[in-house]
Design a protein around this ligand. Structure first.
Ligand code: RIB
Ligand code: CA
Length: 313
């Protein structure tokens, strides 16, 4: 079986870091063509720095890392240092990266890669705001039918929003970009808070990372340990949700998840509900389904898979 070719579009962030390490630990199943960075959890200069720190931690200073959009399509950037720390990667003490950033912009790399590789062979894995993806689609609509699948972390239905009562962070930061992607016609799989809030880093799961006894294990333990201090009242003692690695889990073992084909629209008008993913769970609008909406996970099997794969790095 040839490895699936993916581009991870990312705003590292502790959970992005774990997702990238997870993917890099599975070269037999996933060929990571590059990391396209976007502003989100922290400003672009920090997300590109953090992405390279993660590559070097994984021994992959050869992996191309690109800088992308430094702000949303049509509004000011909202960041999340209160969640991820000033660096965006608080927790472990990782050395400054020495590998270079690529000269090309993330959007150029997305367009060039989708145009030059055979149609239907590249999967996009956005785990931050969708600004780069939407910009690429708007600048080069010809690439849209060439996308194999978009597997994105974002949105919420029955789960409450995590940045407003209605909206999840990745969608809220750039709702116009999300609306563009959802309307694109590309095959989309969404991993929203409905599923990621069931992937909690409990103390025993965090201990299993540390028990790997490797620099990657220690770093992942520190990354997820830092993140869990955020909003303990939301998830109690069970620890914090591990959002972005759920996308990689889906790519590797979709059988660990439960999903439903639905129509999803994005609120871009009301400031009250800006960035809400309006999920037509019962099909009442008769709007065509445009997303595979993942809403459940076999969490312990997922963490067992993640921990075993990380042991390879
Ligand atoms: O709402 C969770 C998402 O927002 C994750 O991708 C996290 O990294 C932040 O970007
Ligand atoms: Ca992210």
């Amino acid at each position: 079986m040839t490895a699936r070719q993916i581009i991870i579009d990312t705003d590292p962030g502790q959970d992005d870091a774990v997702a990238i390490l997870f993917a890099l630990a599975c070269p037999e199943a996933l060929e990571v063509l590059g990391l396209t960075c976007v502003a989100g959890n922290v400003p672009l200069a920090m997300t590109t720095r953090n992405a390279r720190k993660i590559c070097e931690l994984a021994g992959r200073s050869d992996l191309p890392v690109f800088a992308g959009c430094d702000r949303p399509l049509g509004r000011a950037l909202i960041t999340a240092e209160h969640v991820h720390g000033r660096s965006g990667l608080d927790g472990p003490d990782l050395p400054e990266p020495t590998m270079p950033l690529q000269d090309r912009h993330s959007v150029e790399f997305l367009i060039d890669t989708l145009r030059t590789r055979p149609s239907g062979t590249v999967t996009l894995v956005p785990i931050g705001p969708l600004t780069n993806i939407a910009t690429a689609f708007q600048r080069a609509p010809d690439i849209i039918p060439r996308v194999q699948e978009i597997v994105l972390m974002g949105g919420a239905h029955a789960a409450h929003g995590n940045v407003t009562p209605a909206a999840e962070f990745n969608i809220h930061v750039d709702p116009e970009a999300a609306a563009c992607v959802m309307a694109s016609g590309a095959p989309i799989t969404m991993l929203p808070l409905d599923v990621t809030h069931k992937a909690l880093v409990t103390p025993s799961r965090n201990a299993a990372f540390h028990a790997l006894g490797t620099p990657v294990g220690a770093a992942v333990g520190a990354l997820t340990g830092f993140y869990e201090r955020y909003h303990p009242e939301r998830h109690g003692r069970d620890g914090a949700p591990l959002h972005d690695p759920c996308t990689i889990g889906w790519l590797l073992r979709p059988d660990l998840f439960t999903a439903r084909r639905v129509n999803v629209e994005i609120e871009t008008g009301s400031e009250l509900t800006m960035g809400m993913t309006v999920v037509d769970w019962w099909g009442v609008t008769k709007r065509p389904a445009n997303a595979t909406f993942v809403h459940d996970i076999r969490a312990q099997d997922f963490f067992d898979l993640l921990t075993e794969r990380l042991s390879r790095l």
